[in-house]
Design a protein around this ligand. Structure first.
Ligand code: FEO
Length: 177
């Protein structure tokens, strides 16, 4: 059974993951608007992945006897100065999420809640990957500078991304036994 403090913190993370999804959909819409359909596809896949993170937390809270409470999701920004600015914000946002996950780990340790601590390890690893990916795209964009051809190629490459549900994630709760 989750403590009240842990349940509240995990509920806050559900909201944060949903905000991430909302933010990436907003970035996708911006990318579509400026004609970068590959970047938009990448963002849409990212948005769906964040949704699956929220669902992962949702099922965990429920499974541990906690109560999920949905709260208002903050409105994300809707426009950016450049494609580089969008991906810089992705990197910044993922750094922030890493901090949130680490804070949850600290709380689980303080509460000696080993089940939550174990559950969170998946997210610790996931954040390493998310930060690396975002950082790599920012670096590529910076290297390209003003070269439009480079952006065209990168857009094509990013457009190859397809969303696949992370291993071990189910969107629907397992059937009752
Ligand atoms: Fe749910 Fe991008 O971390």
């Amino acid at each position: 059974m989750l403590s009240e403090t842990m349940a509240k913190a995990l509920n806050d993370q559900i909201n944060a993951e949903l905000y991430s999804s909302y933010l990436y959909f907003s970035m996708a819409a911006y990318c579509r608007d400026v004609g970068l359909s590959g970047c938009a596809r990448w963002m849409e896949a990212q948005a769906l992945e964040e949704l699956s993170h929220a669902v992962k937390f949702y099922h965990f809270v429920t499974e541990r006897g906690g109560r999920v409470v949905m709260t208002a999701i903050e409105a994300p920004p809707t426009s950016w100065a450049s494609p580089l600015a969008v991906f810089e914000d992705v990197a910044k946002h993922e750094n922030k999420v890493t901090g949130l996950i680490h804070h949850l780990v600290d709380l689980a340790l303080a509460e000696r809640d080993h089940a939550t601590h174990n559950f969170l390890q998946w997210f610790v690893a996931e954040q390493v990957e998310e930060e690396a990916t975002a950082g790599e795209i920012v670096q590529q964009m910076k290297l390209m500078g003003e070269a439009q051809g480079g952006l065209f190629m990168l857009d094509k490459e990013l457009g190859q991304r397809v969303f696949t549900l992370p291993a071990g994630t189910t969107l629907v709760a397992p059937a009752a036994k």
